[in-house]
Design a binder for this molecule. Sequence first.
Ligand SMILES: Nc1nc2c(c(=O)[nH]1)N(C=O)[C@@H](CNc1ccc(C(=O)N[C@@H](CCC(=O)O)C(=O)O)cc1)CN2
Ligand SMILES: Nc1nc2c(ncn2[C@@H]2O[C@H](COP(=O)(O)OP(=O)(O)OP(=O)(O)O)[C@@H](O)[C@H]2O)c(=O)[nH]1
Ligand SMILES: [K+]
Length: 458
Amino acid sequence: MNEALLNEDTIAAVATGLGGAGIGIIRVSGPEAVDIVTRIFVNHAGKTVEGAESHKLLYGNILEPEDGKIIDEVLVSKMKGPFSYTAEDVVEINCHGGIVSLKRILDAVIRSGARLAEPGEFTKRAFLNGRLDLAQAEAVMDIISAKTEKSLEYSVGQLEGKLSQRLTAIDDLLIDVMANVEANIDYPEYDIEEVTTAYLNDHIQQAMDMVDALLKASETGKIYREGITTAILGEPNVGKSSLLNTLLMENKAIVTEIPGTTRDIIEEYINIGGIPFKIIDTAGIRETDNLVEQIGVEKSRQLIKNTNLILFMTDLSRPFSEEEKTLIEELDPSKTIFIANKTDSMMDTRGVPEGWIPLSLKEDKGVEALKDKMLEMVMGGSVDQEADYIVNNVRHVHLLEEAMGCLKNALGTIDMGMPLELVSIDIKDGLEKIREITGRSVGSDIINQIFKNFCIGK
Ligand SMILES: Nc1nc2c(c(=O)[nH]1)N(C=O)[C@@H](CNc1ccc(C(=O)N[C@@H](CCC(=O)O)C(=O)O)cc1)CN2
Ligand SMILES: Nc1nc2c(ncn2[C@@H]2O[C@H](COP(=O)(O)OP(=O)(O)OP(=O)(O)O)[C@@H](O)[C@H]2O)c(=O)[nH]1
Ligand SMILES: [K+]
């Protein structure tokens, strides 16, 4: 599989942004990388890229290949394969970050024999050359699109192999079981290792427990990946915008452009305890004056149904309206936080209702308690704060579910007293699914699909 995908081209791309930063990097990787850059680089003391030490910076100029005119002043680093990001020879040219300099140097590199890299092609080469497995390569993309420090931490963990180690442990266990089963099929008369029903059930169950732990970690992963969709609801003037502003001011999450995804709606992310909450723009709901009328609108119903969390707010400076009472009945208490705002100017006839969070945005009281409550609702047992790793990728989740299905089938096959050959097939199917995650067994179409979503230069 690897040979078919590997090719001997030398590839090049701008690895940094094109927005006119202080410094920009052009990355070149492949068998001709050193030769190509050697030909267009000069150093006042006569040092060459060819002769340079690996992983050291070299100062000089990049020249036009045709007439030797200086394009820019640069620092060049050579990383000799296999000790590089791609495991091939890599040369990086650090130039001034302007778009013209970057473009002219990239052009010079291409004219000297490299071709433009496809999106994700550097990381794809790292995978095909065996420096990263597929789960690790995918982590690179998660690192780039991480929304909070916590999700960055988990993705770096995945790049370091925390998920891969667990998958390898499952792989090892299943290989062991298969070896024993196969031996028993091939040489039943020798009684090499007794493959009893108890042995099989026990070991397959062990593998299932390991897969199950990963699936649990994927529920947490989904939260870190997608954020908790949150809507702030309430009658006009209760303080919804004020709450949003307060939360945004101190807790705005850093959201970088996610390569390969189109974003047609503006989403505000706030970061509470490392978890991204995605605030849904309820402008549509806010426009109407009448709350019941709002909720009657199909879109609002959909919104309420599809949101993970609802912050419902009332205003203590006036009585409950009939509309509010109706809506409170309709809302699902398991995903709603009820907030009583304006405690500073509460009507004499109103107290804070039982179970509601008292808040005064004016006096900045109760915001911490609200944030704690938001975290508590999300945790609900599913988020383990101390988790060492999470499963952060939809492809992985599907494959884990499929692996689980195969192993369940194996138990069923044993239970029905079917021959060992059939048990062996079920286990093998499960193993294949695990190997699709690490990329030990995966088709080139899937590999191409995965790397297509990376950004250029990665
Ligand atoms: N300039 C630059 N910065 C970068 C990258 C890069 O490719 N270039 N990276 C790209 O994403 C990240 C760093 N990742 C890297 C991973 C491995 C190697 C590397 O050369 N590995 C060798 C040698 C390691 C060593 O000296 O011990 C190896 O693994 O054998 C370099 C960068 C972030 N910053
Ligand atoms: N006294 C008091 N006033 C508040 C408090 N929170 C918000 N307000 C005021 O209430 C008014 C309405 O606040 P907004 O945040 O605009 O309310 P809203 O729910 O977004 O209003 P609509 O956009 O009309 O739905 C503003 O004048 C705020 O300053 C509070 O805790 N105490
Ligand atoms: K408002």
